[in-house]
Design a protein around this ligand. Structure first.
Ligand code: SAH
Ligand code: SF4
Ligand code: F3S
Length: 450
């Protein structure tokens, strides 16, 4: 009997796909996997949504604005779908994992043909066949993927790759929807992760970033015996791997062993993202973060004293419902004391079915004022940190052409500084030496040295 794969063998010829990704690196990586699957079917990528036959939105709902943006973009496809009913419009990702957001898409957006989740990406071909067979909308968020799957690649380039080491999160920070959308924490087997990393290095990848919502708790609940520092150490020993990064680290689980492993392996990048969220011990307690100001400061200082050239970055939420002016000033105080190289700053956004959503939000004007004052505190430090690079020669992995000037390339130092340098496109994907001559709060600029 003819399989569906055989039946639709020619259907995908000449067809194009377009993916829009919202959210974090996990979603970016999921989009890479989806691209790989679509290309395997026969689709070719296009950046122009209008000419695409398969249009996908891979969604995020960590803050409300990500969600609102999605609804707007999907609605704008109504006309396109009406004119070309053969186009397949699909929505996936974290929003589809929670019933409220999924119901909005399913209930109000007839233009959407296919909905899937974060745990059945490998079933996508079957879902597409099911849609083609019936012409009826398919909504499926089952959990078909095996967490230890060996993942083939279609990365944004051929020198940097993401590798999932775990999925889900068990921390239930009071404001956060991720435990609902990504489910309970599960660690992938070390053998699967190592095999994937070795394969990547064999293929010529130079930089690997390990992904998990809380990489420090890797292995905690598993039936194998491997901690995150041990895993990181093993991966860093893969011959030929130039750069190893990881994200995200929860401060409550950041161990001295991890600091040692980073310090002792040259290819583990000297950059650490340590989300603080708030500097106030009271707010941290309300957020269920399980550390206080003192512990955060102690961990940050230990990192910096053990690894002096380390760059430190963080996440901060402003305007958590129980945050008073005094609490906010504690956040400013910790920022000044630590001296961050960079930070992602967010205004608190209430998320459905989280504990914090039951609390009365703070007035917008107050939140905006605190947010502005936070940036006023952070930016001068970013600038100062970047200024220290002037006159130094640093190694940079060139990543892409600059958006505004095609003679300029952008890349990153080991410390994750964004570098601008005049260089030929053919150097993208290579390590070069750059002498730094100038800086802003967000970038450093320099000249190539032979
Ligand atoms: N697992 C990571 C973070 C994932 S979400 C960690 O624990 O650090 C990325 C960031 O989004 C969080 O660090 C937090 O600063 C922010 N964030 C999450 N939920 C939010 C909300 N409801 N409102 C505003 N910011 C939020
Ligand atoms: Fe969200 Fe907290 Fe888990 Fe991070 S650790 S994903 S902030 S619940
Ligand atoms: Fe968003 Fe899901 Fe990541 S909610 S931040 S895409 S884990």
């Amino acid at each position: 009997m003819e399989t569906l794969k055989e039946k639709y063998k020619d259907y995908f010829k000449g067809k194009k796909y377009n993916i829009t990704t919202f959210g974090c690196q996990m979603n970016e990586h999921d989009s890479e996997r989806i691209s790989y699957i679509l290309e395997d079917l026969g689709y070719k990528k296009t950046d122009d949504r209008k000419e695409a036959d398969f249009i996908l939105f891979n969604t995020c709902l960590v803050r409300e604005n990500a969600e609102l943006k999605l609804y707007g973009q999907v609605s704008s496809l109504k006309k396109l779908k009406a004119e070309n009913p053969d186009k397949i419009i699909s929505v996936s990702g974290c929003m589809m994992q929670t019933s409220t957001a999924r119901e909005v898409i399913v209930g109000k957006h007839d233009e959407v043909d296919l909905v899937f989740g974060t745990k059945n990406i490998n079933s996508l071909p079957d879902l597409i066949y099911r849609y083609l067979e019936t012409g009826e909308r398919v909504v499926d968020i089952s959990t078909d993927d095996v967490k230890d799957d060996f993942v083939e690649y279609n990365n944004k380039n051929d020198f940097q790759a993401y590798v999932n080491i775990m999925r889900g999160c068990d921390n239930f920070c009071s404001y956060c929807i991720v435990p609902q959308s990504r489910g309970r924490e599960e660690s992938r087997r070390p053998s699967a992760i190592l095999a994937e990393c070795e394969h990547l290095v064999d293929q010529g990848f130079k930089e690997i970033t390990l992904l998990g919502q809380n990489v420090n708790s890797y292995g905690n609940k598993a039936d194998f015996d491997m901690t995150f520092p041990e895993l990181l150490d093993r991966i860093s020993k893969i011959e030929g791997l130039k750069r190893l990064r990881f994200t995200t680290s929860h401060p409550k689980d950041l161990s001295d062993e991890l600091i040692e492993v980073i310090k002792n392996n040259d290819n583990i990048c000297k950059f650490f993202h340590l989300p603080m969220q708030s500097g106030s011990s009271k707010v941290l307690k309300d957020m269920n973060r399980k550390y206080n100001q003192e512990k955060y400061l102690e961990r940050a200082k230990k990192l910096k004293s053990e690894i002096p050239d380390l760059a430190l970055s963080t996440d901060i939420i402003v305007g958590y419902p129980t945050e008073t002016e005094e609490d906010f000033e504690e956040t400013l105080k910790v920022c000044r004391e630590v001296g961050f190289d960079q930070a992602f700053t967010f205004k608190y956004s209430p998320r459905p079915k989280t504990r914090a959503a039951k609390l009365e939000p703070i007035d917008d004007a107050i939140v905006q004022d605190r947010f502005d004052r936070l940036l006023d505190t952070l930016y001068p430090t970013f600038n100062e940190k970047n200024k220290k690079y002037i006159g130094k020669t640093v190694e940079v992995l060139l990543e892409s052409e600059s958006k505004n000037n095609d003679e300029v390339l952008t890349g990153r130092t080991d410390t994750f500084k964004l570098v601008h340098v005049k260089a030929d496109k053919s150097l993208i994907g290579s390590f070069v030496k750059v002498k730094i001559t100038d800086n802003t709060s967000f970038t450093i600029t320099g000249e190539l040295v032979e």
